[in-house]
Structures are given as C-alpha cells and as structure tokens.
Ligand binder design. Sequence first.
Ligand code: NAD
Length: 434
Amino acid sequence: MATDQTQAPVAAGAAGGLSLGSVELSPFQAVSLFFDQAADHVGVSDEVREVLRTPYRELKVQVPVRMDDGRRQLFTGYRVQHNGARGPYKGGVRYHPAADLDEVRALAALMTWKTALVDIPFGGAKGGVQCDPSAMSDAEKEKLTRRFTQMISYVLGENRDIPAPDVNTDAQTMAWMMDAYSSRYGYTPAIVTGKPVELGGSYGRDAATGRGVVYCLEDAARDRGVDLQGATVAIQGFGNVGSWVARLIGSLGCRVVAVSDVRGGCYRGDGLDVQAVYDTVREGGSVVDAAGVEQISNAELLELDVDVLVPAALDRVITDRNADRVQARLVMEAANHPVTPVADAVLHSRGVTVVPDILANAGGVTVSYFEWAQNIQQYRWDEDRVNGELRKTMSRAWANTHARAVVDAIPLRLAAFAIAVERVERAAHLRGYV
Ligand code: NAD
C-alpha cells in the first residue's frame, strides 16, 4: 500500500485552498483540500470555513494492556470529533499500525461530509488505536477494546458520539465496547452500531457498506452509460466491505475477475468463484490460497484491464505513481480516501468516473443510523425494510450528486462535497456556530 507518500507541509487554511503541486498530501490535508475546493465552489467565507474544517475535539489516550505473556504494552488511541452541527458524532473505530492522529482526523472529517451528503442526522467522528491486531490474541484485543472504551467513554453517549466498526474491528469489538460502556453507565445498546443482532444490532448492517456500494454502482453505471452486463470487476480488500461487494455485485450482471487482501491478490479472467474464495478466507486462509486462480500483487490488481475497480482496503492506494495506469472506466471508492488528490485529477483528465467515498461507501453509516433509530425506539425492523430504506437513501444521494455534477459541470467528488458543505454550513448557521 502507498503509505510512504511525501507528507507535504501544506498549511490547512491557506487562502483559496491548498496548493496541489506535484506532491501528495497527508490524509487530513487531502480531505481539507477537497473541502476547500467545495467551499470555494459554494462560496463559504474564510472565517466560516476555518470552523467547518477544524475538528471540534481531539482526544488522545494511552491504553495499557497486560498481554498474554505477562508484559504490559502501551498503545495509543484516538477519538476525533470533527463536526456535530447536524447531530451526534458518528464514525468507526480502526485498529491498525498506521492509525495516527492525522489519519483519524481525516476519517472523522470524511464522516461529517458523508453523513451530510446522505442526509442522516449525525455529525462526523472517527477513532483509532495504533496496534497490529494480526499479532494479538482475542483476549488481548478484548482487553484493549475495554480499556480504550473506558478511556474515551466520557466523550461518548447515545446522543453525543456513537462508534461503529471499521478496519480490523467487527461486531464482536462493538459487543465489547457496548458492554464496557454499559457496565459504567447502564445498559446502553445505542452507544455503538454494528453490534451483533443478538445485542440489538440491525439486520443487514454487516452487509450494508458493500450493499450500498452495489446500489450506487447500479445507479452510477446507468447514468454514466456503463453497461454492467458482463462487465469485469476488480476488488482490492476482501474484509467486511470488499467481500460483501464481491458477493453481491454478481446481481448486476458483473463478473468479479480479481480480489485481494493484505497477502496479495488472485485473478481468473473468466470470473472467480467468489463463494469458494470467501469460504477459503472464512476458514482462516487468504484469497491467495483459493484453488484454480492466478496469483497477482495488489499493485497489479489496481492496473488490471477491467470495467470497474473497487478499492475496498486502505487509503491512498491510487496515487501520482499509478493513476495513469488505471484502466478501469469506473472507480467505486468503497474504502475511505483510496485516491489521492493528484491521482483524482489524473483520473478525471483521463475520463475515468470516480464515485467518491463519501457517497459510494455511505451505506454503512446509513444502516448504522437505522440501527441507532431501532435501539432508541426499541423496535426492530426486518431486513427487507432495512435494505429498502438503504436503497432509497443511496439512490437519493446519487441522484442529488449526479444532478449537481451535471448542472455545475464539475466532477462527482466536488459535487458531493458541495452538497455536504452547504448542509453543514446551514445547520451550523441555524445553531449559531457560524
Ligand atoms: P476489514 O478489516 O474488514 O478488511 C480490510 C481488508 O483489506 C482485508 O481483506 C485486509 O486483508 C485488506 N488489507 C489490509 N491491508 C492491506 C494492504 N496493505 N493491501 C491490500 N489489502 C489490505 O475492513 P473494512 O471494514 O472492510 O474496511 C475497508 C475500507 O472500507 C476502509 O477504508 C474503511 O474505512 C472503509 N469503510 C468501512 C465501512 C464499514 O462499515 N466496515 C464503512 C465505510 C467505509
């Protein structure tokens, strides 16, 4: 993965937006650039944009954990609350060695713009713990999760800040978070979303991000003139999001020819047996262990001659180094911030349609909102209702974004950010923040 980008010392807040130059930006600089471009487009004043760009609260905590071998190890955790003008802060928690403050800040800001774009009543937040969960036992992960939750609990609340799963965290992690919070503040299922169904989780939440990507792809392909019958698809990442996209995308008539995970990728020109790859991974293997496939690297996957490319792993994988070699006509940003600003400009100039993360992967937070609403009302929806409401939300967000892009003659990302920035600015203004 491209985590060795030059971290350009660009001052967020420079008049007229950030200078692009030829260097790539840090995650928060990049998200700030996308924000500034939208703020320019919709005409947000300098003093208001300072408020909207800057995170409201950043909490850094030390998380000591007694490891299985008796050693005490100290981890660093973060919770960044970016903007709460439109509702309680909302965003996932990531466990990853690269989860630092800049990355968590960027992901928190993306949540502000995402929740606004799909018009659900939340603000934006994100959490992260710098750790390598692949080298930790379940008992160590449980201790880490409980201690981290305890450390950040005073900024959480079902009407204040509601975490969810992200990279290397899942329904079990959310169960531990809920239990740690509830043991201190009383039974509070609405404190996290993405919980197991047995603990008040929503039907359909596990698949929601991937399902939302597929719904959005169907709308985008129709309006952008891409025929999906027999279209080839490559998916980077085969975790929660990537594996659900792979399992659901066949319903559109597409053929998944390549998938990958942290160990590498697998390819089969006439189409992978996605269920067989999924079974291999579920039994503890990697996609590279699947039978009857050709092994490829993650870098090769991104440059395959396919119709649709779905980055669904980590950030900054399409950069100034490989953007000119991406052959797909449509890029669905299932991951957060997979395309850097320089790469975004290259893809746009080459006529590649990029459906931005704050739209493409918004299905997860949308069903998290449905889960939260079910918890607050103590009333469970069936899965058909969840998926039907998700479909409506995703299609409405796509239609608004596409229409704005056409009317203003701008790329989809700028259109998506413009709609989101207008909504957050309006809410902040009505509440008297700006
Ligand atoms: P996950 O932990 O379930 O899966 C991550 C996948 O990426 C795994 O297959 C892993 O092997 C692979 N991966 C990790 N490092 C890699 C590397 N260096 N090269 C190639 N592959 C690598 O995570 P997830 O929940 O599926 O999240 C994936 C992306 O989607 C992230 O960007 C996340 O922020 C975004 N996202 C997730 C959700 C959600 O509901 N889970 C919602 C919106 C956006």
